[in-house]
Design a protein around this ligand. Structure first.
Ligand code: PEP
Length: 256
């Protein structure tokens, strides 16, 4: 946690979810009561096919709906892509860019991720820029160098208050059940904070830093208590309301 920053728990449904899965979203909205709303922001990043319906079904629940990627252009001949403007038009208020699955599966470079983040911010979307090292990079002691490169080249310079979020997701921890030690996460999050403060001053101090990679209800309390961890980006455990709300409940434990 960082004093003065309201945590964000963001879910990433990836290529999962059909219209009947929205009952889980509804249950999340019901569990996201006033007490929880005062403690944290809740966001679900849906597959593109569900953004509009999810945004409609979330009206009144205070749960925010987002996308998992966007194109850097607003409109045009880009078959299969969706733009940040389209996300906003569907009722989305946020987008993830630079997830490691996009960087790997679609060959997205830091420069591509930067352009996408800039497009998202132009459209007033909360923009979650993902960074993280591979297992080989960690083993060869390159973690901080890789992260410095990703931060310098995929995090935009201009952003509104509360609109930019950085998610640290070690690639080797995503969907594997493996989680870095508390010390490893603390080292990285302090490093990211130092980079952002060095670059943006007070605005860098206010940027939310999420940890992502095999977050579950059973490890959330320990992970969310780490300094400069201002929430989580959650994959698998965001698909079921019980799991996702269980992660959110970590903040009740921390504050009590
Ligand atoms: C993710 O895809 O961003 C992620 C962190 O996945 P998981 O929680 O399943 O490891």
């Amino acid at each position: 946690m960082t004093p003065g920053i309201k945590p964000l728990i963001a879910g990433n449904w990836k290529m999962n979810g059909f219209r009947n899965s929205l009952k889980e979203l509804q249950a999340m909205g019901e569990g996201y009561d006033l007490v929880m709303r005062n403690r944290l922001d809740m966001l679900l990043c849906m597959p593109a096919t569900l953004i509009y319906t999810a945004a409609l079904s979330a009206v009144g629940s205070h749960v925010q709906i987002g996308a998992q990627d966007c194109h850097m252009n607003a409109v045009g001949a880009h078959t299969g892509d969706i733009s940040a403007m389209m996300v906003a038009d569907c009722g989305g208020s946020a987008v993830i860019v630079g997830h490691s699955e996009r960087r790997t599966d679609h060959g997205e470079s830091n420069e591509t991720v930067l352009s996408k983040a800039e497009a998202a911010l132009r459209n007033e979307l909360m923009t979650i820029v993902c960074i993280g090292e591979t297992e080989d990079q960690r083993k060869s002691g390159e973690t901080l160098k890789v992260l410095e490169d990703q931060l310098s080249n995929s995090v935009p310079n201009d952003f509104g208050e509360g609109k930019l979020v950085v998610a640290y997701e070690p690639v080797w921890a995503i969907g594997t059940g493996m989680v870095p030690t508390v010390e490893q996460i603390a080292e990285v999050h302090n490093f990211i904070r130092d980079h952002l403060v060095g670059r943006f001053g007070d605005s860098g101090q206010a940027i939310r830093l999420l940890y992502g990679g095999s977050v579950k209800p059973s490890n959330a309390v320990e992970l969310m208590a780490i300094a400069n961890v201002d929430g989580a980006l959650v994959g698998g455990a965001s698909l079921k309301a019980d799991d996702f709300l269980g992660i959110c409940a970590a903040y009740g434990t921390l504050e009590d």
